[in-house]
Design a protein around this ligand. Structure first.
Ligand code: RFL
Length: 392
């Protein structure tokens, strides 16, 4: 027997959970369908840098209590470059907005807890999710749960099921245009229960890029650029720490506290944007529509801004019978997505060592860095984009 709700949300990651939370606070019913178990979703370690616009969306969604208590507010991130003085992308000074360091894992825990508190409906471990009648007045979703096929009728479907989800593939190829750029390297990431270095810092080095970052006062996150064909099993903890410290400025290498890693993963770098982000009564949000290299820390922030625009549109539909924001959702969201895509492409190009890099390319990177250091206009532009463009 079919059940019904107002909005079916496919995917229980940050985008899907946040959307269901905001909708419920505005008396709109939704059901979240998630392929994985809750434990699996909560075990993922991913992003950690929140723009201030994201912080405000999370506060309005009543999921900010722990973030405001445990998150680390900082004024920006550093860039370290051999032979040059340290640069701070000071978003507070040049863009008037701080950044918040708070792990995606913790945020997802908070979102699940908030959904439980309000009695939100999340169905985990569903298989074979299919979307139907997207162009009709009454679309529906079918899925398998405990070997039984189920059906949910609804007004709208939100595709929040990440890059490998099914929602985007429900849009006919003739309608969808995709834009893709793959980089010839990946980031090898580790998490360790060690005190982090004070300022998150991007390090350009002739051996390759490195990033020092943090999650909590006793949880550090480190990344190094590695070739795309890297086998993670070749990287013992000792080898990782040796390579990381070789790429860090001397004062960092001397003060860093190393220890056993609690997670190690490999993330190939690529950019992908799908247009449009809506089709009939389906709306894509977050990684379902776009992924960006983590260099600019935009992935999670875009998932949050997409949800901000989409929830505004749905609220306006249900509360005011006005569809204008929903009709404009794809255009509005894509404007911000492309800004972030361009910025993370630029920052990736500035900071990494490319395999085919010539002396000319290297010099151009150095001049680019000197330009943002010396030009107040270039510095403001970088800080404005790193801080995240304001939400409309
Ligand atoms: P998610 O988090 O991928 O959640 C999608 C959810 O949908 C579920 N799903 C399905 N459910 C039902 N049916 C299906 N057919 C389904 N297919 C998939 C999945 O199980 C999952 O639970 O997407 P969302 O919500 O849009 O959130 C986006 C963010 O997760 C993502 O942008 C960031 O984590 C990207 N990212 C990073 N971003 C940053 O800003 N800074 C970082 O340092 C950073 N590190 C990362 C990252 C992404 C990584 N991944 C995906 C490889 C590190 C990694 C390893």
């Amino acid at each position: 027997m079919a059940i019904s709700t107002q909005v079916v949300i496919i995917g229980g990651g940050p985008a899907g959970l946040l959307l269901s939370q905001i909708l419920q606070l505005n008396n709109i019913d939704s059901i979240v369908l998630e392929r994985q178990s809750r434990a699996h979703v909560l075990s993922r370690i991913r992003a950690g840098m929140l723009e201030w616009g994201s912080v405000e969306v999370l506060r309005a969604a009543q999921v900010s209590e722990r973030m405001d208590r445990e998150g680390a507010v900082h004024e920006g991130s550093g860039i370290a470059w051999a032979g040059r003085s340290r640069l701070l992308i000071n978003t507070q000074k040049y863009a008037g907005r701080s950044m918040m360091m708070y792990g995606q894992t913790q945020l997802t825990e908070d979102l699940y807890a908030a959904r439980d508190d309000l009695g939100g409906e999340i169905i985990n471990q569903v298989d074979d999710v299919r979307l139907h009648d997207l162009k009709g007045e009454r679309p529906y979703v079918t899925y398998i749960k405990d070997e039984q096929e189920q059906r949910i009728d609804c007004d709208y479907i939100a595709g929040c099921d990440g890059f490998h989800g099914v929602s985007r593939t429900a849009i006919p190829e003739s309608v969808l245009t995709t834009f893709e750029k793959k980089y010839p390297f990946a980031w090898l990431a580790v998490m360790s229960e060690t005190p982090p270095l004070p300022v998150p810092t991007y390090c350009h080095h002739e051996r390759g890029f490195a990033l020092v970052s943090k999650r909590t006062p006793m949880l550090s996150r480190y990344y190094i650029q590695v070739p795309i064909e890297t086998d993670i099993d070749d990287w013992s903890d000792d080898r990782f720490w040796a390579e990381l410290t070789a790429r860090l400025p001397k004062d960092y290498a001397e003060t860093i506290v190393t220890g056993p890693t609690i997670e190690k993963s490999l993330a190939p770098l690529s950019s992908f944007v799908a247009e449009p982000m809506s089709y009939g009564r389906l709306f894509l949000a977050g990684d379902a529509a776009h992924i960006l290299p983590p260099t600019g820390a935009k992935g999670l922030n875009l998932a949050i801004s997409d949800v901000h625009y989409l929830s505004n549109g749905l609220i306006d539909h249900y509360q005011n019978n006005n569809d204008q924001q929903l009709d404009n959702y794809s255009t509005t969201a894509l404007k911000r997505v492309w800004n972030a895509a361009r910025f993370s492409w630029w920052l990736t190009g500035l900071l990494h060592k490319f395999p085919d890099q010539t002396r000319f390319d290297q010099r151009a990177q150095e001049v680019e860095l000197d330009y943002v250091t010396q030009s107040i206009h270039a510095m403001r532009s970088m800080c404005e984009q790193y801080a995240g463009m304001p939400l409309e």
